[in-house]
Design a protein around this ligand. Structure first.
Ligand code: GDP
Ligand code: MG
Length: 244
């Protein structure tokens, strides 16, 4: 059966065998009539086997297997490309972590604003009623600094620029996708910059982000450095040439 839902959810995974079954069951229990695309980078654990079994139980699950760990950014853009090339591409594509930091119960609220015409809806941790639970001070500080710098760089009036819990419209993605080249976590900035170039309508909903209870974060020092290098690169570009 070829999935043809209006909504698709991308779950990028690398070694999420402690979370993947629970998160899929939680999303399925919402009965959203969505397509669920797991983008897995040949996790050396049981992630792919578990998804393979769940594909038998739920007919709306797709698994995109990649050769080796290639980064969150390309996992997301490969997911977009795959979904947009389906015979009936979804109208809305949601991205979320597979570790329960992004609560599946918040998906309908993201969807509501998307249905009302927002090209990009962001689950915001840093607005009134938004919250981060369970991060240590260092992780919170890195996130806050990254958020502040991204705000300066994009000059968009938002509260949370780096959240990965988002809903994108097909219209936005069709235009933006050829311009997205991020390998890892800087994808969140690049997608916002493209939204600004396109004059897209961006909205936020408050979310409570909870640090993962199972498995390990894949965010490494190299990836944090890559994120800040990207910010520096764009800031320098903006300094030396006038950008719209
Ligand atoms: N396919 C793929 N998924 C990844 C990669 N890096 C991280 N992820 C997944 O992306 C999501 C966010 O990563 P996570 O480790 O939770 O980052 P954190 O929440 O910022 O600590 C999780 O579902 C990860 O399994 C990658 O290189 N490839
Ligand atoms: Mg996470």
């Amino acid at each position: 059966m070829e999935p043809n839902s209006r909504v698709a959810i991308i779950l990028p995974t690398y070694c999420e065998d402690e979370n993947i079954a629970d998160i899929i069951h939680a999303i399925e229990s919402l009965k959203l009539n969505s397509t669920l695309l797991v983008v897995d980078d040949s996790s050396p654990d049981e992630t792919q086997n578990i998804v393979g079994e769940l594909k038998e139980e739920y007919k709306n699950i797709l698994l995109l297997k990649r050769d080796h760990k290639m980064g969150l950014g390309t996992a997301i853009t490969d997911g977009f490309r795959f979904l947009l090339s389906l015979p009936e591409p979804p109208e809305f594509i949601i991205t979320m972590d597979a570790d329960f930091s992004h609560c599946p119960n918040d998906i309908p609220r993201l969807m509501k604003l998307a249905e009302k015409g927002s090209d990009l809806v962001i689950g915001s941790r840093y607005c009134t009623e938004g919250e981060v639970k369970g991060w240590n001070l260092t992780r919170l500080l890195i996130s806050k600094v990254a958020n502040k710098l991204t705000g300066m760089l994009t000059k968009l009036a938002l509260n949370d620029y780096t959240s990965g819990f988002r809903c994108y419209s097909k219209g936005y993605l069709t235009k933006a996708l050829p311009q997205l080249h991020s390998e890892t976590y800087e994808i969140q900035i690049e997608t916002l910059r493209q939204a600004k170039f396109q004059n897209s309508k961006i909205s936020e909903i408050p979310i409570v982000f909870e640090n993962r209870k199972k498995g390990k974060s894949k965010l490494t020092l190299t990836e944090i450095a890559g994120f800040f290098r990207y910010i520096l690169k764009v800031l320098l570009e903006q300094l030396f040439k006038i950008e719209n």
